[in-house]
Structure formats: structure tokens, C-alpha cells
Design a protein around this ligand. Structure first.
Ligand code: GRF
Length: 225
């Protein structure tokens, strides 16, 4: 899937440690992504993910939101930076800035996000703490298309994990993160292969509208298989 007829080109936006980015870089290096990661852009100058990109030989760029007086100016600069790489797909990989409707509209159907919960449950921050406080027995991660409402775009794929009796936010986050690292490269590969696309509000998978997200978890009857 590529606007230019070649391989799918991808730009990743990050803010921090970039472990999901690493999963994508690794999948790309192993030929499992069917996409080229053309650039990694961070809004935080010290983000460790930038170092991961450099080590993989990928352009690592900072567009520091603090250097701009208004959100719109930051997003205009970010767009300019993204568009230099003519990406077919933009992946948000721990990108911690809320994006305005005008920005999202520029990349409608071309932007994915990974979120550490089983959407539509637990949109927003501190998902693991909230899941524990609510006494949930199942938690997980979701990859979804980005739409103007935060964490509310159509979900493509999810992975579930059990919440165990002695979990704290860190142990639970680690269990979820391991699944994030599986499902994000998978969703990107599906996109790169032209298997998923957003049509209106619906995700089409192999030309069929999806009625529910795919589950690719290793979870069944309260145990990780
Ligand atoms: C992940 O939990 C992701 O789901 C969320 O932000 C976190 C980023 O972690 N959107 P990393 O930077 O990929 O390690």
C-alpha cells in the first residue's frame, strides 16, 4: 500500500522511551513490516526513542512543542516535517500531545495509534491504575485509526491479558506492553499490505467491513497461553 506505487513509507511520532517504536524497527529489520520507517519525530528533545531510531539508521528529528507559542504553530511545523517524508502512514507510538481536528483531518485514514486498554474502555491516561481500581479481571491493548476524538477511532486489533490478584500498575503495564509490541507491528503490516483501510467510520479488512476488532491475544480462561 503506497501512494507512490512503491513500498509503504511510514513516519513515527513519539514522545518518550519508544519501546513500541523498537518493536516496529525490529519488525522492519526482520522484513516483517512490509513498510519502510522513513523518520521518527519526537516532540521531546531527550526522548530515548530518538536514540533507538538513530541506532537503526532512521532519521531522528525533534519538533519541540515548547518552542511554539500556540498549538496550531507546533502542529504546522510538525506537518511540514512529516510531509517532507511523504509517508503513506503515520504511527503514533507513545506520542503524548493531543492533536487538533485540523491536523488529524490532514491524515484521515492514514494515522494509527496504540493505546494501553481495551477500547472503548479506559480512554485517556493512567489506564492501568484505573483498571486496577475498577477491579477488572481482563485488560489489554488496542490499535486504532486516529480520529479527532481522543482514543475514540475505530479499533483494528486488540490483545487481552488477565489482571492477576497481586498486580500493581507496573506489573500490569508490563504484561500489556508485551502485547502492544505484538499487535502494533501486525496492524502496521496489515495496513502496508493494503488489508485494512478506513472507510467513513468503519474499518475494512480484506474488503469486508469489520463488525468487531480482531483479537490476537494469547489469553483464554484467565491464563496467558
Ligand atoms: C504505550 O503504553 C502506548 O500504548 C501508549 O504510550 C506508551 C508508550 O510506550 N500510547 P513506548 O514509548 O512505546 O515504550
Amino acid at each position: 500500500m503506497s501512494g507512490s506505487g512503491g513500498r509503504c513509507g511510514l513516519v513515527a511520532l513519539i514522545s518518550g522511551r519508544g519501546s513500541n517504536l523498537q518493536a516496529l524497527l525490529d519488525a522492519a529489520a526482520q522484513g516483517k513490516l512490509n513498510a519502510d520507517i522513513r523518520a521518527v519525530i519526537s516532540n521531546c528533545p531527550g526522548a530515548y526513542g530518538l536514540e533507538r531510531a538513530r541506532r537503526a539508521g532512521v532519521s531522528a528529528i525533534t519538533v519541540d512543542h515548547k518552542a511554539f507559542s500556540a498549538r496550531g504553530c507546533f502542529e504546522a511545523a510538525l506537518r511540514q516535517c512529516i510531509d517532507r517524508f511523504c509517508p503513506d502512514l503515520i504511527v503514533l507510538a507513545g506520542f503524548m500531545r493531543i492533536l487538533q481536528q485540523s491536523f488529524v483531518a490532514c491524515y484521515a485514514g492514514k494515522m494509527l495509534n496504540i493505546h494501553p486498554s481495551l477500547l472503548p474502555k479506559y480512554r485517556g491516561l493512567h489506564t492501568h491504575e484505573r483498571v486496577l481500581a475498577a477491579g477488572e479481571r481482563v485488560h489489554g491493548a488496542s490499535v486504532h485509526f486516529v480520529t479527532p476524538d481522543l482514543d475514540a477511532g475505530p479499533v483494528i486489533v486488540q490483545a487481552r491479558v488477565p489482571v492477576l490478584p497481586n498486580d500493581d500498575p507496573e506489573t500490569l503495564a508490563a504484561r500489556v506492553l508485551a502485547q502492544e509490541h505484538r499487535i502494533y507491528p501486525l496492524a502496521v503490516r496489515w495496513y502496508a499490505e493494503g488489508r485494512i483501510r478506513l472507510v467513513g467510520d468503519a474499518v475494512f479488512f480484506d474488503n469486508q467491513p469489520m463488525t468487531a476488532p480482531r483479537f490476537v491475544d494469547t489469553y483464554e480462561n484467565d491464563t496467558i497461553l
